[in-house]
Design a protein around this ligand. Sequence first.
Ligand SMILES: [Zn+2]
Length: 113
Amino acid sequence: MHELSLAGGILSMVEEAAAREAFKRVVQLHLEVGRLAAVEVPALRFALASLAPGTVLDGAEVLIDEPGAIAECPGCGQTVDIAAHGDPCPRCGAWGLVPRGGDALRVVDLQVL
Ligand SMILES: [Zn+2]
């Protein structure tokens, strides 16, 4: 499961921050998962919850934002909202939209003790 390795990556990132900044516990973990990141948010939540016990993430509240994605259309030159990779332009129907963001998974904020 792809989300489990993502959760492991997030956990090691948080543990590195804990070692560097000397905090013991994360109260709240705020993540951003772009809608094009191909991440199942419920699966990611489940994976984080299953890894958390005994780590700095034990008991942390996890907030996950899912910002929309935009793309530039080579056909009409407009910037449009897209729901998925490979969709045609919703304005002119052209293919080959160039995504601008929306495919990242990142830690936005950590609240720690
Ligand atoms: Zn277009």
